[in-house]
Design a protein around this ligand. Structure first.
Ligand code: 9WN
Length: 435
């Protein structure tokens, strides 16, 4: 059974691999290269086509800006099946943007560092992989340097994101109260996503108005981070985003150690790492909720909701064992009923939870992959195994979809998964889970 599932996953990835040397997340819906998708995809590719895995990362890093920034979408081709495209984002407004590729002017969770380490773990030819890493790692380091120099105005070791798309968890209920503080114009535009996916599973038109308005503000200031930090109505310290950075910092420390002769970079990374882990634990843990939460820097308040992002610090070794245990209890208590697959993207006991709608409840395989590995590292073997077998069960039930209903019984027949079909990271990470 597993072999068959792996073969199907490989077919999905191969069909989504493009001549330009990158993998689209899903045909029709997402026709370009996305930053954190590329990382997860490279992990899956590394298991059966190491050259494609290397190419995936090389292509992404080729789109890096002169200031170290790596954009969230790289528009490799003209394709009008996606909105908003290159003409809306206008990355050329930033003086340091890539001259080779048009892109967005926002980023996504910094997974590339730990992805290089995963590729090293998976590769059979370690010497060859270390050569590849040696060629790529400074670019990832520069990306981290960009974050510490531009995204941490209060010097807390915690980076801000200025757009919900930077979080990767686009329409999470976590952002709802921020939308309440804004009043964007009613944009006129043609939605493309809802021509590919049932509108009931996607963000609303009004939510898109907010998303576009945030980009317009950033564009008005030519994507200048300092101006964005002063002016953007959306300015958030996200536990998922920062956990990915911390995990990747550690990966860079380890990999530079293997390469040798990189003491200066290692010293700087260790300094960043200490500041970030301390800042994270001091600021983002909510004792009452028993979970890490987001912090709204613009309105100076914690955003007190539990989502799958709340547990992602397990993947980066951020909580001590005692806090890790509290996190697991919270997860099982709120998300882990026998009637549900782990792990819903948003607290099923909260009134904002919606089991069908995108990041407002459904299970995502990339989040489960992070949680599985984090739980395993902390010795929560049984829960880790449950997250893994639930992920496999959902893919077996619905196929390689983008997201999944966590309810074991939805009362519906002819079930299919939600969002885009033949979704690349669901396939890639399934391969890694089963290998
Ligand atoms: C905007 C590509 C991306 C993922 C995100 C997911 C979704 C895009 C969209 O698809 O976001 O970036 O148009 O909805 O939320 O995590 O990287 O798969």
């Amino acid at each position: 059974m597993n072999e068959n599932l792996i073969d199907r996953a490989i077919d999905v990835l191969d069909a989504n691999f493009q001549e330009g040397g990158f993998t689209i997340p899903s045909k029709g819906l997402y026709p370009f290269q996305w930053k954190w998708d590329s990382g997860f995809i490279a992990i899956g590719l590394a298991h059966y086509n190491i050259e494609h895995a290397k190419t995936e990362i090389k292509t992404l890093l080729d789109a890096q800006w002169q200031n170290g920034f790596i954009p969230h979408i790289v528009f490799h081709s003209e394709n009008d099946s996606y909105f908003p495209g290159a003409d809306f984002h206008r990355s050329e407004l930033h003086p340091y943007s890539s001259k080779k590729y048009r892109s967005t002017g926002m980023t996504q969770p910094p997974v590339t560092g730990f992805v290089l380490q995963e590729m090293y773990r998976i590769a059979e030819d370690k010497v060859d992989m270390l050569n590849f890493i040696e060629d790529s790692i400074d670019k990832v380091y520069q990306n981290h340097a960009y974050f510490y120099a531009n995204r941490d105005p209060q010097n807390e070791g915690l980076m801000f994101i200025y757009h919900n798309w930077e979080s990767g968890t686009d329409n999470s209920p976590v952002w709802d109260d921020i939308w309440e503080t804004m009043n964007p114009p009613e944009y006129e535009f043609e939605r493309k996503d809802t021509t590919h996916v049932d509108a009931a599973q996607r963000p609303s038109k009004r939510e898109y108005d907010h998303y576009l308005y945030l980009i317009d503000i950033a564009k008005e200031h030519h994507y200048d981070d300092a101006r964005i930090a002063e002016l953007s109505p959306f300015l958030v310290q996200d536990p998922l985003f920062n956990a990915m950075l911390i995990k990747s910092n550690q990966a860079l420390i380890d990999l530079y150690g293997l390469i040798g002769g990189k003491e200066i970079e290692i010293t700087i990374l260790k300094k960043w790492q200490k500041k970030s882990i301390d800042g994270f634990n001091n600021k983002l843990f909510d004792e009452e909720l028993g979970a890490y939460v987001h912090y709204d820097l613009r309105n100076n308040r914690p955003i007190r909701f539990v989502s799958s992002s709340s547990f992602s610090p397990l993947f980066a070794g951020i909580p001590n064992q005692k806090r890790a245990k509290i996190l697991v209890e919270t997860m099982l208590d709120k998300f882990g009923g026998d009637d549900k697959y782990l792990c819903a993207s948003f607290d099923p006991t909260n009134e904002r939870y919606d089991p069908r709608k995108y990041w407002r409840g459904p299970v995502w395989i990339n989040m489960n992959w992070l949680l599985y590995n984090g739980l395993k590292d902390y010795g929560f073997t049984e829960v880790a195994e449950r997250v893994k077998s639930d992920s496999v069960a959902l893919i077996e039930r619905d196929g390689f979809f983008e997201y999944f209903d966590c309810r074991k019984d939805t009362g519906e027949t002819n079930r299919v998964g939600y969002g885009g079909g033949d979704f690349s990271w669901s396939a890639a990470l399934l391969i890694d889970l089963l290998k």
